[in-house]
Design a protein around this ligand. Structure first.
Ligand code: NAP
Length: 258
């Protein structure tokens, strides 16, 4: 356990919602760092955390800045999903406004290997446009938030994999829903593609190990993958591992302890 005077002055807000954030929460708790874990509240039963946990939006960058001040947060760690662009932009703005230190824990992007048929597109609308006009069987592995855009191509049958059963009618006329929470295994994703005779995969370039197996399954099945590029974010200090974040916190605590 890291214990020094500087650490006692550090209070971390960990913006979560990813497996990397959960792993980092265990590191912070194990090191005795004073920290709060934050969930957006998108899933019905979020993974329990070893840190005090709050749930729900802050009310934009201004609300986040208010929270940082009121809760005496000194350090914000943005470990949200690479496609959770709004909260990441808010974190940059709120830390600028309050003077809290900010870093992000960011997974490396997926990179195509030999044999991969990946068609990179800039955003969801471009992914819709990249689908063929003739009816296809599409594994739409993009979560639930941007499904409505695919209603522009209602001729396809869409296979959706969601964490929770949908609470409202789906915006797609012809869709099958599978309920599952990652990490996902190659054998399972291969069976999924085969059993639904999938001919296209649409995915976000999320990176990480937990959701990569669908790409490997697509390679085995020789299925094209329409891969949505990550949104652009303002520059910020980033680390690719929990250790990088822990070292950053330890460095700051040492400075404060001087
Ligand atoms: P987003 O579009 O960037 O954020 C929308 C709003 O949700 C934010 O403005 C904020 O509300 C609130 N929010 C997001 N993350 C939050 C957090 N960790 N704590 C408190 N409030 C948060 O985010 P999103 O794409 O909806 O993702 C929501 C959550 O799901 C994130 O925690 C993310 O890590 C996780 N997730 C996202 C994806 C994805 O593909 N986008 C995939 C897997 C997991 P206020 O403005 O009111 O503060």
């Amino acid at each position: 356990m890291i214990v020094n005077q500087g650490l006692a002055m550090i209070r971390v807000l960990l913006l979560g919602g990813t497996s990397e954030a959960s792993a980092l929460a265990h590191e912070l708790a194990g090191a005795g760092v004073d920290a709060v874990f934050s969930y957006a509240g998108r899933t019905a039963v979020p993974v329990a955390q070893p840190l005090p946990t709050r749930v729900g939006g802050f009310g934009g960058a201004g609300g986040l800045a208010d929270y940082i001040r009121a809760s005496r947060i000194t350090h914000v760690v943005d470990a949200t999903h690479p496609f959770a662009a709004q909260i990441s932009r808010n974190a940059v703005d709120a830390c600028l406004a309050t003077g809290a230190a900010l870093c992000a824990l960011v997974r490396p992007e997926w990179v195509a290997g030999p044999g991969d048929d990946w068609r990179h597109v800039a955003d969801t609308d471009a992914a819709v446009a990249a689908l063929p006009d003739d009816p296809a069987w599409v594994f739409l592995a993009i979560g639930k938030q941007t499904l409505a855009a695919f209603a522009a191509k209602p001729q396809h049958h869409y296979l959706l994999r969601l964490v929770d059963p949908p609470r409202a009618p789906l915006p797609l006329p012809d869709a099958t829903v599978v309920i599952a929470r990652g990490p996902f295994a190659l054998a399972d994703d291969l069976a999924l593609l085969q059993s639904y005779a999938i001919t296209y995969v649409v995915a976000k370039n999320a990176g990480g190990a937990g959701a990569e197996s669908k790409l490997k399954a697509a390679l085995i099945q020789q299925i094209p993958v329409i891969l949505i590029d990550r949104p652009r974010l303002p520059p910020r200090q980033t680390f690719g591992s929990a250790k990088g974040v822990m070292d950053w916190i330890a460095l700051h605590s040492t400075r404060l302890g001087l």
